[in-house]
Design a protein around this ligand. Structure first.
Ligand SMILES: [Zn+2]
Ligand SMILES: [Zn+2]
Length: 342
């Protein structure tokens, strides 16, 4: 099968083709696994973190990609949840131990044995992949394969972060950074919490305009002071300045939820501006969002079909994965980027 593989960590400024087109054997599904013939795989910022070593693959070569849609080609021994021809999705969570306290509580995203698709097991930048059947999801009919793919990451993690933000009716929610995940959160809030006002902080004017178009009551720059104090803020940026700025906008008892797999070191000095009294005093809280649990993916996909959330997409053939990744890095974004396989 054709696959785009990562052979080593590299700097995208120097290496414009981090992934190599390779031929790999089609994997065989093991016990309780399914073999999926891939039709679409979303391109995510996390792939940039993997390539540049901020969350490196656990082995090389690795097939990246964790927003996968395809059809079941074959089922392994004792695998009976799906049959050949079923359409399924695969997300960032590839597997977990199933027996630890976290797994038993449905927080398998925190499991010590957590494995990520496309980082610890081969993912979707290929024609086929295998996955444990319990870590695949049904995809509602309203979505095409390419439309469903980006929902499996940004949407599911956005859903989890909104859950952790613990916002209730009448409260004010802030979103700092307004990319794929944040704009989906805004759509979920519009649908679920009619009385929640959303305030958006974004560097680019285009993103701020987009936020207002989608119903944000206010949109300003990262460091701006919102016109009202906020009860919770979700941060989806890779930087530190938005963290400090967000804490300054929180009400007493407010919560900052950081939804970023890694923070970059570039502006880490900004943390020195952190002033205990202004930013943390009065029981302000900081919480991160780690990975996703299966519940987040399956609940979000159903919610997205109901709202409905149909993502804007930009398709690329598998062979153009490097081009799609570089455009993502350089913020040339017209919609969620999806690799398609014929
Ligand atoms: Zn992702
Ligand atoms: Zn576990």
């Amino acid at each position: 099968m054709k696959a785009m593989v990562l052979n080593e960590i590299c700097d995208l400024k120097e290496n414009r083709t981090p992934l190599q087109l390779t031929t790999l054997p089609i994997p065989t599904p093991k016990k309780k696994e399914i073999l999926v013939k891939i039709s679409a795989c979303g391109v995510c910022h996390t792939e940039l973190d993997e390539i540049e070593g901020r969350t490196p693959p656990s082995r090389f070569p690795m097939v990246l990609g964790h927003q996968v849609v395809g059809t079941v080609e074959e089922t392994g021994p004792n695998s009976n949840r799906y049959k050949a021809g079923d359409r399924v999705g695969i997300a960032w969570i590839y597997s977990a131990c199933g027996i630890c306290t976290f797994c038993r509580q449905g927080n398998e995203n925190l499991c010590e044995a957590f494995k990520a698709t496309g980082r610890d097991a081969n993912g979707g930048y290929a024609e086929y992949m295998t996955v444990p059947e319990d870590f695949a999801y049904n995809i509602p009919d309203v979505f095409s394969d390419s439309q469903a793919a980006p929902l499996l990451c940004a949407g599911a993690i956005g859903y989890r972060s909104l859950r952790l933000a613990n916002i209730s009716n009448g409260q004010n929610l802030g979103l700092t950074g307004f990319g794929a995940s944040a704009h989906l959160v805004l759509k979920m809030v519009n649908y679920q919490h009619l009385d929640v006002k959303v305030f958006v902080f974004a560097r680019s004017e285009k993103e701020r305009d987009f936020a207002k178009e989608l119903g944000a009551v206010w949109a300003g720059n990262t460091e701006d002071k919102a016109p009202e104090m906020l009860d919770a803020i979700i941060d989806t940026t890779p930087a530190w300045k938005p963290v400090v700025a967000a804490l300054n906008n929180l009400r007493p008892g407010g919560r900052l939820v950081i939804n970023a797999i890694r923070k970059e070191d570039r502006d880490k000095d900004y943390l020195l501006k952190l002033n205990y009294h202004e930013h943390l005093w009065m029981e302000k809280e900081i919480k991160s969002v780690a990975n996703v649990a299966r519940k987040d993916v399956s609940e979000f996909i159903k919610l997205a079909a109901k709202i409905p959330i149909i993502p804007e997409i930009e398709e690329y053939p598998l062979e153009s994965a490097n081009e799609a990744l570089l455009e993502l890095k350089e913020r040339k974004i017209r919609g969620a980027k999806v690799l398609t396989l014929s």
